[in-house]
Design a protein around this ligand. Structure first.
Ligand code: DON
Length: 568
């Protein structure tokens, strides 16, 4: 008897009215998922099911995470990946914590000005589209290392569900069919009309996707481990594709790629311990700066999404994102002043000029002008097993379907992560983020990220696993989700679904979700001088909360097909 407590009416219908929209709208999940023996919350129902099955078969949370990562590479190709990268933050049931950096690296032949023309101007789209935008992939090495250190079941077993999904096929949800249709022109430009995901008749809900080449690649990884991806036929096929189109990644880059275990960023927010991702992610430091700054305000009293709360959060955010632009990059290459950025005296001073009735202009904090291009995809999943082992992984190709280059004979998309570098000081990337020296391109350096897989403890016990996609908005979405539970008393599902806002220093504006704020609140914020820009969605949370009675509560964002599956 299968014991899954399946979810939330899962998939409600979604309408995708605006092809440019970052996420489709959806009605909210109506049923709260709670279970005792495990919880898996991911962006796709099939991946959540795979994770729950691994838990059922005696795997731990880390086994389930490996299986989910590979399953997402099949059923969620816009962000799930084997040729991308990501970060894992974990907490073992015994309280030990750690993080794994399987972020992509710049190729050895990369150079600081590789996306500039002779006059020093940025060449449009070179860092974000096509083979020159590809960073050396980290996901396969990451999953192998994760399994080696923390897994219990055999690696062969964990990758098998993904092989079966790729071989037997799976059915497209409405969201995923729409997303594929939004990118048809790009698939054609980056590949040719024979590319698998190009479909003249358009993809439809219920269409079956079968990926035998990907199944073959996964089988090579299953039988040969790292070698199945970084050398042999997969590497040869991938390098041939990259090099034929003018890319610079070589076999030496693949040979040299290794993920890195890092000490997580840890700090306290009220009575909670926060464990998050260190550089090359900006997420952990920025999140802790925001949370520390929040201790000065009584948000519960000010009210969720009230003008005062949003104003104060925005003021914190503009200062934190200004620090991000200046000080954060790959700490293996640049001396990130992590201690200073999290020092309570520094933060008290940094936030001391925040006023409840006055908006600071971002240009007073630092110069710069950027525009945000709305684009969103990456994916986060959170898993807790019956022992209390917990893991959050955020993984990405960067943009939807990454560089749009599909390695036909091996069945996967290549990332476009190079765009996360600061390709020229002061020039924004696709998320409107700017940077400078700290995040300049250098051979084998990792590009700065905003991905923020995070775990919270309360009274020395596991409390929450949380994370989100959303480029620059990841940090603020995770921040608000934590406040939603800790300060505003929401359950995990409500906290995930709640409408969010985002501000990032530059541009000097607040993004808010359409229909997410009361018109009076909008007027009050405008009266303070804030510029408010509506967007279709901010964040897409997949999270798990541990209730006082030990039950695990799933939170799977209603903005997508996200699904929490509990093991009873
Ligand atoms: O690492 C980063 O911050 C970005 N590459 C993440 C991209 C992302 O979240 C896209 N949208 N959801």
């Amino acid at each position: 008897m299968k014991r899954f407590l399946f979810i939330l009416l899962a998939f409600i219908s979604f309408s995708c009215s605006n092809p440019q929209s970052r996420f489709s709208e959806s009605s909210s999940k109506v049923q709260l998922v709670e279970a005792k023996n495990g919880m898996v919350a991911t962006a796709h129902p099939l991946a959540s099911k795979v994770g729950a099955q691994i838990l059922e078969q005696g795997g731990n949370a880390f086994d389930a995470a490996v299986a989910v990562q590979f399953a997402l590479a099949v059923v969620y190709p816009r962000a799930g990946n084997i040729a991308g990268g990501g970060f894992a933050v974990y907490r073992k049931a015994n309280g030990e914590t750690g993080s794994l950096d399987f972020r992509e690296k710049a190729p050895q032949n990369a150079s600081r000005d590789m996306y500039l023309d002779k006059e020093g101007n940025v060449i449009s789209e070179l860092s974000s589209f096509g083979v020159l935008s590809v960073g050396v992939p980290g996901s396969v090495d990451g999953m192998i290392e994760l399994h080696k250190k923390l897994g219990f079941l055999t690696f062969e077993k964990l990758i098998q569900p993904a092989i079966e999904l790729a071989e037997k096929g799976f059915v497209l949800t409405e969201n995923e069919a729409n997303k594929l249709n939004d990118y048809q022109k790009d698939f054609l430009t980056a590949n040719d009309s024979s590319t698998y995901f190009f479909n003249e008749e358009k993809w439809k809900t219920g269409d079956s996707v079968v990926l035998p080449e990907l199944a073959q690649t996964l089988k090579l990884i299953q039988s040969k481990g790292r070698e199945g991806f970084y050398s042999g036929p997969t590497a040869q096929t991938m390098l041939a594709e990259i090099q034929a189109k003018g890319g610079i990644i070589t076999q030496a880059d693949l040979d040299e790629y290794h993920s890195v275990w890092r000490k997580p960023v840890e700090g306290n927010y009220k009575e909670y311990k926060v464990i998050s991702m260190p550089p090359p992610s900006s997420g952990g430091i920025a999140l802790l700066q925001l949370l520390k700054g929040s201790e000065a305000f009584d948000f519960a009293k000010l009210g969720h999404n009230s003008a005062q709360s949003i104003h104060l959060m925005t003021e914190l955010e503009r200062r934190v994102y200004a620090d991000r632009a200046t000080y954060l990059g790959d700490a293996d290459f640049f001396a990130v002043p992590q201690e200073m950025l999290l020092d309570s005296n520094y933060l008290a001073k940094r936030f001391s000029d925040i006023r409840p009735d006055h908006k600071t202009n971002s240009t007073e904090i630092k110069e710069g002008k950027v525009e945000i291009i709305e684009s969103i995809e990456t994916t986060h999943f959170s898993i807790v097993d019956k022992e209390g082992n917990a893991i959050g992984i955020t993984t990405t190709l960067n943009g939807n379907f990454g560089s749009k280059v599909f390695v036909e004979k091996a069945g996967f998309f290549l990332n476009n992560e190079m765009d996360d570098f600061s390709i020229k000081p002061g020039v924004p990337n696709q998320f409107g983020l700017i940077g400078a020296e700290a995040n300049a391109i250098a051979p084998e350096k990792r590009m700065l990220s905003s991905m923020t897989p995070t775990i919270l403890e309360k009274d020395g016990k596991l409390f929450m696993v949380v994370g989100s996609p959303g480029g620059a908005t990841i940090i603020t979405a995770v921040y608000q989700t934590i406040l939603n539970v800790v300060d505003f008393g929401m359950n995990m599902q409500e906290a995930a679904n709640a409408k969010k806002t985002h501000s990032q220093w530059l541009p000097d504006q607040i993004l808010y979700e359409e229909n997410g704020l009361d018109s009076l609140v909008l007027k009050q914020l405008e009266a303070l001088g804030h510029v408010l820009i509506p967007v279709s969605a901010i964040g897409k949370m997949d999270a798990v909360l541990v209730l006082p009675n030990g039950l695990l509560q799933g939170g799977a964002d209603s903005r997508g097909d996200d699904t929490a599956v509990g093991v009873k």
